[in-house]
Design a protein around this ligand. Sequence first.
Ligand SMILES: Nc1ncnc2c1ncn2[C@@H]1O[C@H](COP(=O)(O)OP(=O)(O)OP(=O)(O)O)[C@@H](O)[C@H]1O
Length: 237
Amino acid sequence: MPRTRAPAARGQVLVAARDLSVGYGEHAVCGPATFVLRAGEALALVGVNGAGKSTLLRTCLGLLPPVDGEVRLLGRIPDPRSGRQRRAVARELGEESFFPALTVAEHLALVCFGHAVPDPERTARQLLEEFDLIDLADALPEEMSSGQRRRLALAAVLARPRRILVLDEPEQRLDHVTRRALAQRLVAERETGVAVLIACHDAEFVRTVATSVLLVGADTNLLDVSAGVRAITEGRL
Ligand SMILES: Nc1ncnc2c1ncn2[C@@H]1O[C@H](COP(=O)(O)OP(=O)(O)OP(=O)(O)O)[C@@H](O)[C@H]1O
């Protein structure tokens, strides 16, 4: 299964933010963030609804300009139009846009072919199995439940090569077993040298996947994983 086209050297800085303020117009939605994410690490953004996690993810990808401070992705100002960034960054921000006339299997095949994945049939087959989509391989998106569509969106993002994986609340709408399996998959991702950047509300998921936690809020602070998990479970967000 393709994980990286050119695996990043473990420890290589892939995302770096310094005094990064994010928001809309000139209005910052949370305190400034400073963090570094290296190959092989997983940073979980946690915080209450509306804290600014999705806004931070979008700014790190160059989908929104910073209000202040700076962020670097692969050592450069993020630019979602650059081929270099598009080759390296796999993202699933919850948009879940599907082609209404393509089946589940055809969606995965399309992603594989579009990214020149070697042995696309095998990769697509493995992802169908991993995300329990075999019986839905010929289904159209409108024939699926919301959780099944979520599984397809996650399978699709994992069908392509990547050095950085950005997921906004990947645990949402997944059943318990699939959620745990996805957490293990993200551990495997970072163990192969992928840098994982997620927003997440699930303490168990964060405990399993993350190597550090960014608590997003009026004050945005970097925490170790156990302090980050306590912040979620004790409601100190
Ligand atoms: N397009 C927008 N224009 C203006 N304000 C926005 C926009 N999108 C989000 N906001 C505001 O920015 C703040 C942060 O939103 P964001 O979606 O980043 O929060 P979040 O931490 O991801 O929340 P959740 O846990 O609910 O997903 C919220 O107050 C929200 O209302």
